[in-house]
Structure formats: C-alpha cells, structure tokens
Design a protein around this ligand. Sequence first.
Ligand SMILES: [Zn+2]
Length: 418
Amino acid sequence: MGAEKGDWLYSMGLGEAQRTAGQEIKPTHNLISTASVGPVNRGRLLQALYDMGPSSRADLARFTGVSRGTIGGIVQPLLEQRILVEGEVVPPNQAGGKPATKLWFSKDAKPICAVLLMHDSVRTCLVSLDGEIYAQNSAAFSNELNDPVAAFKVISGCVERTITSVDLPILGIGLAIAGMINTETGSILAINLASFFNGFPIGAELRKTFDVPVCVDQDARALLVGDRWFGKGRGRKNFAVVYTGEVLGVALYLDGHLYRGAAGAGGEIGHTIVQLDGRACKCGRRGCWETIATLGWLRDEARERGLPQPSSMNSRRLIVLADQRVAGAAELLQEYVYNLSVGLANLQQLMAPNYIILHGDIAHGGDRMIELIEQNFRRLILNRPGDEVSLALGDTEDVAALRGAAGLVLSELLNFPL
Ligand SMILES: [Zn+2]
C-alpha cells in the first residue's frame, strides 16, 4: 500500500489548468512520451480533460505540450474501453483541416460507488466519471447498535442496494469517514459518538465483500478531492478546504499535492489552541478552536443569551434572526463569525493556501456569511503586497462529500490499468 500511496499522491498533482483571459491555454505539465509511463500519461490526460471540460485532441495536445499523435495513442484505448466518447463536432478551422470532435467521459463508463460514513448513519450513491450522482441510498444505525460487525452489515447492505440498482459493474468504492482514519491501512482509528468502530478495518472488509478497489479517507480530505476533481479547486495548485459545523476539519492541497500528514494524521485544525486556559474541549485539552467555533458553542451561547430555539441554531438561522433585529442575534453572529475567522486566519498564516473553500455550516449561511467572515479574516491576516487571498463557498449539499469519496477512487485508479 505504501508504494501505491506514493503514486496516488503523484496522480493528484497533475494537470494544472491555466487559462488566460483570452482562453489561451498554456502547457503547464508536459507529458512523458515513453511507452513505459502509459498509466501516468493517461492520468495526466484525464486530469487535463477534467480541468478543461470537453476538449478536442488538438486542445489536449496544446494543453499538455505533446503532439496530437501522442494524444491519439492515449485516447484510443480509453475510447475502446468506453471511458471516453467522442461528442460534439468542432467545425474545421479556416485553413481547412479535418473536423474534430470533443472528447468527454462516456455515460456508459463504469461508475464509482461513494460511501459517506457518519457516527449515526451511512449514505451511498453511484458517481459517474463526469461527477453525476445517482442511485442514492441511506441507512441509520439504531441507538442500540454497539458492535462494528452489525454496523458493517448496515453499511454493506446500503452499498449492495446502490450497486445492484444499475446493470454496470463498478470501478471501485470510495469511502469518506467523519472521524480519525489510518489512511495507510484503511482502518478507523476513532469516530466520535461511535467508539465501537475504533480499530475496525473497514477498507479491507469492503474489499473482501465486494471484490473491488476501496479507498478510505477522512471526510474533509474527501471534500478536497471532490473540489479538486469536480468543484472550485479544479486546476488549482494550492488551496485548502475547511469544514465547519459540529466539528472543524481542514484538508490541504499544497504545491499540487494532497497533504495528509503521516498516515493521515494531519488536518486536526479543530484542536489547535486559540485560547490559553479557554473552555474544556472534548479532546481533554483547553481552548481548542472547536471550543469557540462549532455549532456546539453557537447553540450553548444562543441558549445562554435567550435566543429562540437555541438547539437548532446555525449560521443561516442566526442571519435571519439578526436581520429581524431579534435581541442579541447580531452580537452573537458577530462573535461566531470572528471566532471562525480566527482559525481560518491561523491556517492562512501558517500554510498560505491563498484560496480556502468553505463547506458545512458556513456554506449553509451562504454569501452573507462568507462576506462577514471575509471582513474579519482580512483584518486578521498579514497583508503581503501582491498576494491574492480569497475565500470561496463550497457546495452546500451533502453530495459534495460523496462526490469527493468517488474522487478518491478516481485519483487512485488513474495510475493503474482500468
Ligand atoms: Zn480539542
């Protein structure tokens, strides 16, 4: 698995799209043209296609800096395997040349099964190679459930229902987990509120049951992979994804690589200390960012300040209450936004991702929320002349994580024979 992971990371770093205002595409990664690196070239070409959208062979040749002949050699087997199809016809140019067709992912290509595992439930779906989601299923764990084998039955049942709902074999299973994961072994280290899962080798169990490649990662990193393949991270060399809500998580894409830390240990930004001698955190320490920037904090504060329905408070509701001039709402909103911005600014200062995609509760708050955060965030970060730093809203729907789970498989498979 170790060597494979190396390739995996390598595959994530390829194909940065750089379009100028005039839509001119500069080659940023040249392909390697010896026959021995076929899978790498294929990975780079598919990534270029994701970055550019449906493209002709000539576009791909320009983008990757190789001849059309080389592109043709890579594309042909992908057409035969029905991973790609020829679509829209591009009219011949004025100089006269043959009409070209645009290549894109085939609707008949094998889909990926994506699984999102939370402490109390599981969601599954199929994701086509162009990111479309279908055959969704979900199941909740009963309150009495307290052993991983019984929970696995619920999970595998859900996967089974999803994959048998179509007549196609699947490419693999991508699993995003809201918890601490060992990405080398594909095992769960800990899931908050579902401790019976601790130590469970879920990747190996799924592989054994369904006999397909399985990729396991933590949910924030799955969101990042989804944004890299299908979302706002497409074509970027550096960016971060931050998830906020019940917990806080971060994933980093630095210099064209997904950065995980040893065996996936990175990303615990929720437990960076922002307040010396602050409130007690559930991790046992004090003053972690999670103690002042999660929904738990927001709801406790809403209760203490006498705001209506504190247990369902979130950024969207708080904005509505502040707009309605409900007493205390505007102050709480201001404080929540500031507390969130502190952690985001710390992240920017330390790693300089320069582009941070926000998912979870902030995304639910929409443009208003991001504007408020941005005002605070800009005041908290050092101003380096010439640097462009921005925050962006990620997809609010839960499917972002599912799409990301599928992206995990895609990334891994791009460097292996399909
Ligand atoms: Zn903590």
